[in-house]
Ligand binder design. Structure first.
Ligand code: AMP
Length: 355
């Protein structure tokens, strides 16, 4: 089964009993609603208190209807509405974060992808167990400050949006630093960052075969992070620290990138390993995921994080990317999700892409 796109002008709406694609009005929702519409789905935006006004400025991405709840945490009390609309929820970073991974996993509404993956992503230790056991190269991890033998980044558990991370160029620079909560000490990898947007289709029977389906590379971005990206302009790390200025990694936007073509086999190999191991560990990851890592000057890609759902950087490629254009024209990640759902429904294989 290859990829067949509906021409936007000719999209026949799915039958009346077909599902509605629903997500939280945040993160990558513009692209998700736009892509769902392109494939003929009805769309539902979940909003806290009131729908964001900015949708009025983007008519092609405005959801058909809104479900307004007092707070996102209140969503489990409104699942009857979601079920009545035959909603399929598409998870994104803000949706899972605001509702909480546990509450999200327990929602009694169909979710696109395997929701079991959320439990593996939201716990840094479990995530590492998955990736390491898949043979994915990762930054070294130190159990104790005394073991540190190079530059490190100290990350707190659940640090929201990259605040509170501590950087040290060596063990000496860690002296006097007392962590204030549970944390991991990781090798600070020096190189260039790439955030690689993959899609795993269990339905494909051609393409880059992995397990029973195939792996698609649809784009790549780099995140703009405040204040680390611009901090260097003010002086050396030491000087800044003396002035009480600390680096933070708060994502403020995204820029498109591509990778040297000769490095593509390396990242496809990593993507394939992650999928194969996910099948052994928890029945497999389906749909979009993002491998986040640093390419060193030795041209070794070290993965510091995986996002097991759509990432916001994919919105750069609403009309396609240099990679997705070679898969099919006009293929955003949002549209790819809708397309997979449509193909699965038509083939009577919805259970393989929903949980
Ligand atoms: P994370 O919360 O793990 O996604 O990390 C947030 C940001 O910190 C990343 O986007 C990178 O800019 C940076 N970062 C995380 N881990 C490392 C690492 N091991 N080496 C260098 N930079 C890192």
């Amino acid at each position: 089964m290859g990829i067949e796109l509906s021409s936007e002008a000719r999209v026949a709406p799915l039958q009346s009993g077909s599902p509605t694609i629903a997500t939280l009005c945040s993160h990558s929702s513009l692209q998700l609603f736009h892509g769902a519409r392109q494939e003929g789905f009805r769309t539902l935006g979940i909003a806290a208190r009131e729908p964001p006004r900015f949708y009025d400025a983007f008519p092609l991405a405005k959801p058909d209807r809104f479900l307004t709840v007092p707070s996102i945490q209140d969503l489990p009390n409104h699942v009857d509405v979601l079920r009545k609309e035959r909603s399929v929820l598409v998870p994104h970073g803000s949706f899972v974060e605001y509702l909480g991974p546990e509450a999200f996993m327990q929602l009694d509404v169909p979710v696109f992808g395997n929701r079991a993956v959320i439990g593996w992503e939201s716990d840094r230790r479990k995530e590492r167990e998955w990736l390491e056991s898949a043979g994915v190269p990762m930054p070294k991890r130190y159990e104790r400050f005394e073991d540190v033998d190079g530059p490190v980044i100290v990350k707190y558990y659940g640090a929201k949006g990259g605040r509170g991370f501590f950087l040290a160029k060596d063990r000496e620079a860690l002296k006097g630093f007392t962590p204030t909560g549970p944390h991991v000490i990781q090798e600070y990898v020096i190189g260039t960052r790439y955030y690689i947007h993959f899609f795993y289709s269990p339905l494909n029977t051609d393409g880059f075969r992995v397990a029973t389906g195939s792996l698609e590379l649809l784009g790549m971005d780099r995140r703009d992070e405040a204040n680390i990206d611009e901090l260097y302009k003010l002086g050396s790390a030491e000087e800044l620290r003396r002035s009480g200025l600390r680096p933070t990694f708060v994502v403020t936007g995204n820029v498109p990138v591509i990778l040297r073509e000769s490095l593509l086999p390396q990242v496809f190999d990593i993507g394939a390993r992650i999928i194969e191991r996910s099948i052994e560990l928890f029945g497999g990851m389906v749909g979009p995921f993002c491998v986040e890592g640093i390419m060193t000057e030795e041209l070794e890609f070290k993965v510091f994080e995986i996002s097991t759902r759509i990432v916001a950087g994919t919105t750069l490629f609403i009309r396609g990317s240099p990679y997705s254009d070679l898969v099919a024209p006009d293929l955003s990640m949002g549209r790819r999700i809708a397309l997979e759902l449509k193909r699965a429904l038509r083939a009577g294989r919805a259970r393989e892409v929903l949980s």
